[in-house]
Design a protein around this ligand. Structure first.
Ligand SMILES: C[S@@+](CC[C@H](N)C(=O)[O-])C[C@H]1O[C@@H](n2cnc3c(N)ncnc32)[C@H](O)[C@@H]1O
Length: 197
């Protein structure tokens, strides 16, 4: 376990800690500034039990591998690629939240509210679900950054599965709210999540 205190481990784990802290804190601050403190709960930090289990697993994987296979963590090209993915994911996600503004709710709307307008500009002109594409890139990036092979595949599979179910549900309501406008938008704009139409 002394291996956990090497320069490599402290740099990689510190980057991971900063990435997670920045992601959730900025998510919460943005939600409060867009919707107001009274409408934002701790769930806006996007921390669920499943998420905590996945993060704990990734740290355990890291500890095990740096102990048993320390050379695996010395692939700095891969680790830095993960850092770039984390930064790209952050930027796209925040652009999506700011672009959608009031339309961006952490819980999927199932009732149409008068002020809810269809957003098709900015990053929403490139893909229909920019914040989900961004989260997928961010989450997988955290594991690439740690050079964690098992969690890289695991995070990709779990996050993809989550969005592959969430997108049809979310779009069912968007079609009800915006009718042919949403259908036209969906025809010309990809979902942004691989293999989800
Ligand atoms: C967590 S946000 C995610 C938005 C989008 N799926 C994304 O990945 O950027 C979910 C909320 O955004 C709303 N929403 C999603 N796409 C939208 C759009 N193009 N215009 C307006 N509201 C949208 C949904 O009604 C839902 O309440």
């Amino acid at each position: 376990m002394a291996d956990l205190f090497t320069q490599t481990a402290s740099t990689q784990l510190y980057r991971m800690f900063l990435a997670v802290l920045f992601f959730h804190t900025s998510e919460f601050i943005l939600a409060v500034s867009i919707h107001g403190r009274s409408k934002v709960s701790l769930s806006s930090l996007l921390i669920s039990r499943g998420y905590l289990v996945a993060m704990a697993f990734s740290v355990l994987e890291y500890a095990f591998e740096i102990w048993m296979f320390p050379d695996l963590k010395e692939h700095w090209g891969i680790s830095n690629l993960g850092l770039v993915m984390v930064l790209i994911g952050e930027i796209i996600r925040k652009l999506a939240i700011i672009t959608a503004g009031q339309a961006f709710t952490h819980l999927i709307r199932t009732r149409h509210e008068e002020q809810h307008e269809l957003v098709t500009h900015g990053v929403y002109g490139l893909v229909r679900h920019p914040s989900y594409s961004a989260f997928l890139i961010w989450a997988v990036g955290t594991q690439v950054m740690l050079c964690n092979p098992v969690s890289t595949v695991g995070f990709a599979a779990v996050v993809w599965r989550f969005f592959s179910k969430r997108i049809p549900y979310e779009e069912y309501y968007l079609r009800r709210f915006f009718g042919s406008n949403y259908l036209d938008y969906a025809k010309r704009t990809p979902s942004g999540v691989p293999f989800v139409k």
